[in-house]
Design a protein around this ligand. Sequence first.
Ligand SMILES: NC(=O)c1ccc[n+]([C@@H]2O[C@H](COP(=O)([O-])OP(=O)(O)OC[C@H]3O[C@@H](n4cnc5c(N)ncnc54)[C@H](O)[C@@H]3O)[C@@H](O)[C@H]2O)c1
Length: 321
Amino acid sequence: MHVLVTGGAGFIGSHLAEHLLEQGHHVSVLDNFATGRRSNIAALGGEVELIEGDIQSYERVNKAVAGCEVVFHLAALPSVPRSVQDPLTSNATNVIGTLNVLLAARDHGVRRVVYASSSSVYGSSSGITPKQENKPTIPISPYATAKLAGEGYARSFHGVYGLETVALRYFNVFGPRQDPTSQYAAVVPNFIGALIAGQPPVIFGDGEQSRDFTYVANIVDANVLAMDAPGVAGRVYNVACGERVTLNRLVGELRELLSSDVEPAYAAPRPGDIKHSLADLSRARTELGYEPSVLLRDGLERTIEYFHAELPHVGRLIGAS
Ligand SMILES: NC(=O)c1ccc[n+]([C@@H]2O[C@H](COP(=O)([O-])OP(=O)(O)OC[C@H]3O[C@@H](n4cnc5c(N)ncnc54)[C@H](O)[C@@H]3O)[C@@H](O)[C@H]2O)c1
């Protein structure tokens, strides 16, 4: 099957593209390398058709989508703090770009679009109780608002044009190839990078905020299931591990795995960050047949292994002596 992965040079997109190649699909990637890397494409170990361009350009998206049966739309500027700093750019990529992808998919008669949404759309809803897809969404950051807009467009394109769309709400993804050096680095690579460099990982808040950390292979599995599952068009699904982990516990696990005695440092909470995030996976289990296969500890071990093997210069990059 000919498939397109937008954002395929990024962290999650490159894992998905790699898996689709292994399954024997013809894989195209559309990326402008805003946050993605050429080395991620080089690491795929297969023939990928690379279309370099910006999803804000309908012309580029149209070229990339032509001839594809399924589109996995992952291209985005994926950071909450980045969206707080620059909401216009975040909106242009995450909303206009998504609209372009859906329009091109409609125009080319694509069978299905699988959209990368985010647990951040739940925002401040429902405290520590597991988030269910039918519960209200109250996004509290520009990023989350843009991701929810993308979901709305995806659902409406199914209703109005009959385009099959499925939105997957990823919960805090981590794994190999995630960038520890960006100023917007996600918490797992950030903490691993700091501990390897012998520096204190910085926790914003008291560390009792919690997340449902999800190893990247689980996200890949959910995307592959969403490509063909029957009766799921126009629907939205949580994709996670289903375990609540505080940042204090995460640091504890990482210190143990890395044999580090470096203590974390605490800083003021960041605006736009939610307090708790835990997924209810019932719908994904029932309708997609999804089950997380790699749990937290195993995922952290694999990620640390990657950092040790691939990024020996990580300490230098983040400023250790
Ligand atoms: N990492 C997470 O924890 C997480 C959680 C929820 C949802 N998501 C979603 O998953 C998707 C992938 O995230 P990721 O963590 O792999 O991030 P990433 O930054 O590694 O990947 C995003 C990719 O999109 C590309 N891109 C950005 N702007 C573009 C543009 N205008 N045109 C073309 N390509 C562009 C980047 O170059 C990059 O390769 C995103 O849609 C993100 O919102 C990620």
